[in-house]
Design a protein around this ligand. Structure first.
Ligand code: F6R
Length: 611
């Protein structure tokens, strides 16, 4: 939801800013802009459309060579994606330029007050109001940091802001509340950005900026205060991956690369989970074993694919730990007045760690004194920071908007929590847990084996490219896999797709089946008691003309169809880690055939930092 980057150093700022924006484009891509401070003047270029449009405009007419600047890539909230709504925004005198990620909830009343003082606005955004407020304060106090403090106190909502001002050469001032902002500490240059990816090719040293904090940055120094001007400490950390992890490395799309990275992502997710006594250890869980023994109920919250990962994890966690698990969309959770006690464990699943719906649900759970453990892929993000403990998925950066390797590792990380609870509560012996972990350890090889032979999905995508609607069926752990397959197809290929629990079909959805309707069926493992019931469901839809494509285990001899997609055999609870692969590839190939932008589907953004 908007990527922001600021640079102060000794080079021409446009270059690192454009590189940063390219790495942040996954966060929003409907317009982009840069402001540079040079020769006592701020010069701005901004364009609707993807970053490439801005880059082309800068080739025609470059920005001045200045050593400080800010850049923004937008996902529109207030105001349509047109040139004048793109960031940066300036105050009326052009003395202050500002970029913003988030939503200013009280922007309307602030705007009206400014209009009454004679301000004219050139955009429809909430962000321009902040630029005007900052400009007005700056002209009063003549100190950008002090002006930022005053402005932040007037704002309601979520924001990360970065500003430059003509009379503060070499200085960036950033502020954050509920939206991400990190500092990159380079050699002779420093950065402010939504995400470390923006500066990863320049430095791996980073600083977390906390809630309600302001950072003042020059090329060689930083200071952090709160909105009252009191000095604050910050935690420095080293980013554990390098620039090559955030590049396509010869793949046509990030999504293709991330699908192929899944064996490694899963292996990395499982790394370092066994302690010297041979027990499962989750180092950053930080909820005591005594507290975990008292847990009476688990509620898993997440959005989109993270929610589907939670739906799958429920089966494993309940099976191993015998604790009841509810799974809820984070956006619905706090509005139904859920029953939460100090013996409730909330598992918040989020790749980005910044999804606002999940963050707000987490806060609600904490207010009710639940214990919160998050499952997250992004170190230092708001969700893990505000949780009691965290299990990092260790999947490496996921750049494509559609979640693939994060989804797989979320399932496994949540399974690890279930196994850990079983171990701590004495429901499973240490050696039983280890046996299960050994089976999990075999999954990366099985995933790799499937991915080596996955060519067929392209043909299938071609065959179904003009289908009006595609249905996905699953049962038990295969049901959330069906939902995930449908979500992927909707978001990437813009095709109508629905996932159903196959047992539910006869209660209504079977009416959708007509001659030729494509249905992708996730067949339960042959060891599952549901296998034969699913066979009957397939016969029911085929009798009504459906073109069923069955995803079945290699050893499933009951499926004679030569068109069946075969996946390696796996224990029932681990089968989703394989069954989802053909569905990811099917959605990917369908989008490629249709000529759509696979990594940046329309209307979406990777990190949804608004409710
Ligand atoms: C779908 C997808 C989204 C995310 C959802 C949650 O492919 O990527 O549905 O899963 O927006 O995002 P995180 O995990 O960052 O909270």
């Amino acid at each position: 939801m908007c990527g922001i980057v600021g640079y102060t150093g000794d080079s021409n700022a446009t270059i690192p800013l454009l590189e940063g924006l390219a790495r942040l484009e996954y966060r929003g891509y409907d317009s982009a802009g840069i402001s540079i401070l040079a020769d006592g003047k701020i010069t701005t270029a901004k364009r609707a459309g993807k970053l490439a449009v801005l880059v082309a405009a800068l080739k025609e007419k470059s920005l001045p060579n200045g050593q400080v600047g800010i850049g923004h890539t937008r996902w529109a909230t207030h105001g349509s994606p047109i040139d004048r709504n793109a960031h940066p925004h300036l105050d009326p005198d052009g003395k202050v330029a500002l970029i913003h990620n988030g939503i200013i909830e009280n922007y309307h009343s602030l705007k009206v007050a400014l209009e009454n003082q004679g301000h004219d606005f050139s955009s429809d955004t909430d962000s321009e109001v902040v630029a005007h407020l900052l400009g007005a304060e700056y002209s009063r106090v003549n100190d950008l940091t002090a002006a930022m403090e005053k402005v932040c106190k007037q704002l309601q909502g979520n924001f990360s802001l970065v500003a430059i001002a003509v009379d503060s050469p070499g200085t960036l001032v950033g502020a954050r509340r509920n939206s991400p902002l990190v500092v990159g500490l380079g050699d002779g240059a420093n950065f402010l950005a939504s995400d470390v990816a923006a500066f990863i090719s320049f430095t791996r040293r980073a600083l977390e900026i906390g809630q309600n904090q302001i950072v003042t940055l020059t090329a060689s120094s930083y200071s952090i205060t709160n909105f009252d001007g009191e000095a604050q400490n910050a935690r420095e950390f080293e980013v554990t991956w390098d620039a090559s992890a955030a590049e396509k490395n010869g793949f046509p799309h990030f999504m293709a690369k991330e699908i192929m990275e899944q064996p490694k992502a899963l292996a990395d997710c499982l790394l370092g989970r066994i302690d010297e006594k041979g027990q499962l250890a989750l180092n950053e869980v930080r909820v005591s074993d005594d507290e975990l023994r008292d847990i009476e109920k688990i509620i898993i919250i997440g959005c989109g694919s993270a929610f589907h990962a939670g739906m799958i994890a429920k089966y494993g966690i309940e099976h191993w730990s015998r604790i009841p698990v509810e799974v809820e969309l984070a956006s619905e959770f706090r509005y139904r007045d859920p029953i939460i006690t100090r013996n409730t464990l909330v598992l918040a699943i989020s790749q980005s760690g910044e999804t606002m719906d999940t963050l707000m649900a987490l806060r609600h759970a904490k207010e009710q004194r639940a214990k919160v453990i998050s499952i997250c892929n992004t170190h230092g993000a708001s969700i893990p920071r505000e949780s009691d403990g965290v299990v990092y998925t260790q999947a490496g950066p996921e750049i494509a908007v559609a979640s693939t390797k994060a989804f797989l590792t979320q399932i496994v990380a949540a399974y690890l929590v279930g196994l850990y609870l079983a171990q701590v509560r004495g429901i499973k012996f240490v050696d039983e847990v280890r046996d299960i972990l050994e089976e999990l350890d075999e999954m990366p090889t099985k995933i790799e084996r499937y991915l080596e032979t996955s060519e067929r999905l392209k043909e299938l995508a071609e065959e179904f490219q003009s289908a009006q609607s595609i249905l996905f069926l699953g049962r038990h752990v295969g049901y959330p896999v069906a939902l995930e397959g449908a979500l992927k197809l909707k978001e990437l290929a813009y095709m109508h797709a629905e996932g159903f629990a196959a047992g539910e079909l006869k209660h209504g959805p079977i009416a959708l089946i007509e001659e030729g309707t494509p249905v992708l069926v996730v067949m339960p493992s042959p060891h599952s008691p549901l296998h034969d019931k699913m066979l009957s469901n397939v016969q029911e839809i085929q009798a009504r003309g459906a073109r069923a494509i069955i995803i079945a285990s290699e050893s499933d001899l009951a499926i004679a169809d030569p068109r069946a997609i075969r996946i390696p055999d796996a224990p029932v609870l681990f089968q989703p880690l394989l069954a989802v692969l053909p569905l990811q590839l099917f959605a990917y190939e369908s989008a490629v055939i249709r000529g759509y932008d696979v990594d940046q589907p329309r209307n979406l953004a990777k990190s949804v930092t608004v409710e």
